[in-house]
Design a protein around this ligand. Structure first.
Ligand code: DGJ
Length: 375
């Protein structure tokens, strides 16, 4: 009887008490929202509007890899305490829709378009029952940051377009590559053909593959879609049209054949920094870093910014976004994937430190606050 009473009392208390306020960031732990439930916004990104931060991410089910809800949105004013605002982009009950339940929606990023006054969401879209074969980007739009977002279309970018850094000679060479000759992957000849555009040429007509991704808006308001293309072997950075709903056709390849996923891009003191991961499914690997003076390159590869114990596994995480915080610094946002139950995946948010020459460094911290950010 006593036990029953205790259970009832604790149930009552857990319902009645407000969730505990978060006062620090604690990577790799459960992160309760304002209702006390672990935040379900994976592979996400953040948009700031006024004083409010909007965190968009994959709303993952407890089991399985496909979606049955959509893209979550949470709001916060202090980046630690997040209110669940529900589903910003919902899967569609229309069985002909590319975003019907059973599809995969990953790595959503939302940007505000000052010219149109609309909120634009881009995300990695895979079609129901096709695993990761479709490799599309989804576009959705909303009038308000919390949504509801309206799905516009899924597509493969830049059909019929060669990268702007491809000369006529490069184009001729790529077109001359015979895919039948390179059926065996990972040979030195195959690697060379990939760099020369084996998959770029293969996908030219139907558009380039687009999987892990981010969106970056530069100071002049131009937006760019950065995504893993060419069988996840090469990143593409593609300029979006003024309304952010299409491509201008201008794009470059970054690190051809380098197998980069999970791109997160930021700018500091005139330099563009790009943090990525390698390609090992849900398993963590060593992050990579790139730097450039212009988005159009040249991009130079540097060692991982992560330092200390387990840095070679990125502290078990994978990049998703870098958030500039006021003028005070930058927050690295990553995911610690739990593939058996993706909804329970944890977060790896860490302050980025900068060396004297401006190079980012990210040591682990069990607990930190916004005071730990440095310019
Ligand atoms: C690695 C990617 O970074 C994730 O977003 C997800 O697509 C997994 N692969 C799936 O295995």
């Amino acid at each position: 009887m006593k036990t029953v009473l205790l259970i009832v009392a604790s149930l009552f208390l857990s319902c009645a008490l407000p969730a505990q306020k978060q006062t620090t960031f604690r990577p790799a732990t459960e992160w309760p929202d304002t209702e006390g439930k672990h935040i379900n916004a994976h592979g996400g990104g953040i948009l700031k509007k006024g004083k409010v931060y909007y965190w968009y991410g994959e709303n993952r089910p407890d089991a399985g890899g496909s979606m049955n809800t959509g893209i979550s949105v949470y709001t916060s004013r202090d980046l630690m305490n997040w209110e669940n605002r529900g589903i910003a982009l919902a899967v569609s009950s229309d069985t002909l829709s590319p975003i019907q339940p059973g599809c995969i929606m990953e790595r959503p990023k939302v940007v505000y378009n000052k010219k149109t006054g609309k909120y634009v969401m881009l995300f990695h879209l895979e079609l129901k029952g096709q695993g990761y074969a479709a490799a599309q980007v989804g576009f959705a739009v909303a009038d308000k940051p919390e949504g509801p977002f309206r799905f516009l279309r899924g597509l493969r970018p830049n059909a019929g377009q060669w990268p702007v850094d491809f000369s006529q000679k490069d184009i001729d060479e790529a077109l001359a590559l015979d895919p039948a000759k390179y059926a065996n992957w990972w040979t030195p000849e195959w690697r060379d053909a990939v760099k020369k555009g084996l998959f770029l040429a293969r996908d030219l007509k139907g558009g380039q593959m687009s999987r892990d991704m981010t969106v970056y808006v530069d100071d002049d308001g131009t937006a760019y879609h950065l995504f893993s293309s060419e069988e996840n072997l090469t990143l593409h950075l593609a300029e979006l049209t003024e309304d952010y709903l299409d491509y201008t056709g201008k794009y470059i390849r970054i690190a051809p054949g380098g197998q980069n996923e999970a791109p997160a891009l930021f700018k500091r003191n005139g330099k563009y920094w790009l943090i990525t991961s390698g390609c090992t499914g849900w398993a963590p690997n060593e992050a990579r870093m790139f730097v450039a003076d212009s988005l159009w390159g040249e991009w130079k590869q540097l060692p991982t910014p992560f330092v200390g114990e387990n840095a070679q596994k990125t502290f078990n995480g994978q990049s998703t976004f870098v958030l500039p915080y006021k003028n005070k610094g930058f927050i690295f946002m990553g995911d610690i994937w739990k593939p058996k139950s993706l909804s329970t995946s944890q977060y790896l948010w860490l302050p980025i430190q900068f060396q004297e020459d401006g190079t980012p460094t990210i040591p682990y911290r069990e607990e930190w606050t916004l005071k730990d950010l440095m310019k």
